[in-house]
Design a protein around this ligand. Structure first.
Ligand code: SF4
Length: 346
């Protein structure tokens, strides 16, 4: 009977060193193999040319190296790149490279499908199949970093966890992936260039604060009125705004990091003066800024982008209250790569 081999990349460096000692080899062999796996991105044991043939065979007998494969890559007219990424078990997730004049940002997925059910989001229609492993998250970033160098002659500058899935529902693996991305053996990126975007899971926001994470926090808010928010993000009934507010106050008290609220304005849903007033009140609980995001329709027309007049009202009222507001135009709409459109359609 064949036993299932373990993914060697699930082992820490320490565990790899211990493995080699248990095999009667030297500890440093673990360092060498770790370097092949993470710094040099080896996909096969036979690529590890400074490791003896016998040792490579022994590794082959015990482990597999699970790597993602970019199954399909699409490029938008505006330069945005969308990868459909095949995981070792055949499941697919999507990740996106968003270029601007100054930066290239990777938008990565944390789950296959999503545990939550935001009504405006294409991913919510996919059943949540499983959480991504740390190496699967890391590999998405590496793939986009390569594309950034290939197409834009510069390495990836920023990462947002805003692809498929709710990152705080896969917290431990997201954290491990970020550790790897920021470590010298990984990509050596500054955590300040990484944003984890959540729909707002209060308990996990507090946990992030307790863990003293160094990356940024964004919250997909979309309404500061419980009734409205629950109608578009039904899990808000379980995690109401009062709980979210308390968690965000806790986050700021511990980290002193400003919070970004991601906010889409939809016609007839949250485009009234009352909605803006509620948002302004919510912004006062902890230092924050608002990112108004252009809406990308997903095919059934239930949600429509609000009028320019409504967007202008938001901007002027927020600015009059001294709240920083930015407007983010969508990228990659023609290839379904924009916010809320990731649904494995390619
Ligand atoms: S918006 Fe985010 S949390 Fe909500 S369903 Fe989509 S992927 Fe999940």
């Amino acid at each position: 009977m064949e036993t299932t081999k373990k993914d060697i990349r699930a082992l820490t460096k320490e565990q790899l060193r211990e493995f080699f000692v248990a095999q009667g080899d030297q500890e440093f062999r673990g360092n060498q193999v770790y370097e092949w796996l993470w710094s040099k991105g080896a996909h096969k044991f036979e690529d590890m040319t400074n490791i003896s043939k016998d040792t490579r065979q022994m590794l082959q007998d015990h482990f597999v190296i699970n790597h993602i494969e970019v199954d399909q890559m699409q490029r938008s007219n505006d330069g945005t790149v969308k990868n459909a990424v095949r995981l070792h078990d055949g499941l697919i997730v999507e990740s996106v490279l968003i270029p601007t004049s100054k930066r290239t940002t990777a938008c990565v997925s944390s789950q296959v499908g999503c545990s939550l059910d935001c009504k405006f989001c294409a991913t919510s229609r996919l059943k949540r199949m499983r959480n991504l492993n740390p190496d699967e998250i890391f590999d998405q970033v590496v793939a986009i970093d390569k594309e950034s160098k290939l197409y834009f002659n510069r390495p990836l500058s920023n990462i947002v966890f805003m692809g498929m899935g709710e990152p705080l529902m896969n917290y431990n693996n997201v954290l491990k992936a970020i550790e790897k991305i920021t470590s010298p053996e990984g990509l050596g990126m500054s955590p300040k260039r990484i944003i984890v975007s959540t729909s707002g899971v209060p308990k996990m926001i507090k946990k992030m604060a307790d863990d003293e994470v160094k990356f940024g926090l964004a919250v997909s808010l979309h309404s500061a009125i419980d009734e409205v928010r629950t109608s578009i993000m039904p899990f808000n009934a379980t995690f109401p705004l009062a709980d979210l507010r308390e968690a965000l106050e806790y986050w700021y008290a511990k980290t002193k990091n400003t919070i970004t609220y991601e906010y889409v304005v939809w016609e007839g849903i949250n485009d009234s003066k009352k909605d803006v007033e509620a948002l302004i009140q919510f912004c006062k609980f902890a230092p924050s800024k608002v990112n108004l995001i252009e809406y990308n329709p997903i095919d059934d027309g239930q949600f429509q982008q609000a009028s320019n007049a409504a967007i202008e009202m938001y901007i002027s009222m927020l600015e009059a209250s001294n709240i920083t507001v930015t407007v983010r135009r969508s990228r990659g709409k023609d290839i379904d790569a924009a916010c809320g459109q990731l649904a494995n359609k390619s």
